[in-house]
Design a protein around this ligand. Structure first.
Ligand SMILES: Cc1cc2nc3c(=O)[nH]c(=O)nc-3n(C[C@H](O)[C@H](O)[C@H](O)COP(=O)(O)OP(=O)(O)OC[C@H]3O[C@@H](n4cnc5c(N)ncnc54)[C@H](O)[C@@H]3O)c2cc1C
Ligand code: FES
Length: 295
């Protein structure tokens, strides 16, 4: 394993942690359904210390699709300290992820991380909500495991286009109760998800809610959190270049009291407080231009 420590930083909570660039051996890289892949890598100790919500910058190999110049950001899907492995669950969408899907056991993948600020977990919470969509479930898998480890009960709402597109349910089924909702039968409509959350909250109230970057879910959870009285966090999938805070390509606007502040998602996030996310009409950043139709 080729290793090379590139930096040591302080995170938002004041804890110092190392970032390691290393070429990690591929243990397995298998398709999951039509468009998703699951890759497992033999990892260094530094990588095994990554927290739920943090991400790595992957130097995806060249393939017939092209040669990706920049690293690609990817959330950690699983960490197995017993066997010393980290895993990523990824959707093949372009040059980088196509190259990633060509790796086979025995190859190496150059990774840089762990990066960013992960999710907050309070062991005193009784019951929390996770709402995730499609490949966003990859980001939430380690969170489900950590919540279980901290004795916090979890209800997950996992949203997909179709039943055939269902992926990443295992951590939620193992560690909590799960509702799957689909575009094809209308159960993923924002009104249906709203009703479902209210029913679950009436049954056993939520202390906190987590979601990933769908702006319709973020808006819904912002409304529900103020009406029903729970806090929350969102993991944003902002487009990134360096992932290290140097290029400013990942800047978004955040609410700070009565003002709006521009911050870099790669260093201040990708996890942010729900209440800090600015409504699309108030911002000129990515959050305004992302896909309106998908939740
Ligand atoms: C913090 C973070 C964590 C992520 N975790 C995961 C994960 O666990 N699994 C996973 O499959 N993907 C994840 N992504 C998205 C992933 O980085 C992109 O899908 C990937 O960079 C696409 O690279 P590509 O070269 O294959 O596609 P490109 O050729 O670069 O783009 C192909 C398509 O993907 C879209 N795209 C590219 N980058 C992003 C992005 N950052 N967010 C949303 N859409 C994008 C483009 O708009 C385009 O439509 C994450 C992104 C971030 C910022
Ligand atoms: S990706 Fe370069 S500053 Fe965030």
């Amino acid at each position: 394993m080729l290793q090379n420590t590139v930096s040591t930083r302080r995170n938002i909570g004041g804890t110092e942690f190392p970032i390691l660039a290393a070429a990690l051996p591929v243990v397995a890289n298998d398709p999951v359904g039509d468009t998703y892949w699951h890759i497992r890598l033999k990892a260094a100790t530094t990588h095994l210390s990554s927290r739920p919500g943090q991400f790595f910058q992957l130097r995806c190999p060249r393939s017939e699709a092209g040669d990706p110049f920049l690293r690609r950001p990817m959330s950690v899907y699983a960490v197995d300290t017993n066997v010393g492995e980290i895993a990523f669950l990824y959707k093949v969408t372009g040059i980088g992820t196509t190259g990633l899907s060509t790796l086979v056991p025995g190859d190496t993948l150059d990774v840089l991380g762990p990066l960013g600020v992960g999710f907050d977990i309070n062991p005193e919470w009784d019951h929390v909500l996770v709402v995730a969509r499609g490949v966003g479930l990859a980001t939430m898998g380690p969170l489900a495991r950590a919540l279980h480890h901290n004795g916090v009960a979890l209800t997950a709402i996992c949203s997909y286009r179709t039943p055939e597109a269902t992926i990443g349910l295992e951590p939620f089924e193992l560690h909590g109760s799960v509702h799957t909702v689909y575009d094809t039968d209308g159960t993923s409509d924002i009104a249906s998800v709203d009703s479902l959350i209210r029913e679950e909250h009436a049954r056993r109230s939520f202390s906190f809610a987590y979601t990933c970057g769908s702006k319709r879910i973020v808006s819904l959870l912002q409304d529900l959190s103020s009406q029903l009285g729970f806090g929350g966090e969102v993991a944003l999938e902002q487009r990134m270049a360096c992932g290290l805070g140097m290029c400013h390509s990942c800047v978004i606007d955040l609410r700070r009291g009565d003002t709006v502040e521009s911050v870099r998602v790669c260093t201040r996030g990708p996890v942010f407080s729900l209440g800090d996310i600015v409504a699309p009409e108030e911002t000129l950043s990515w959050y305004r231009s992302c896909d309106e139709s998908a939740i």
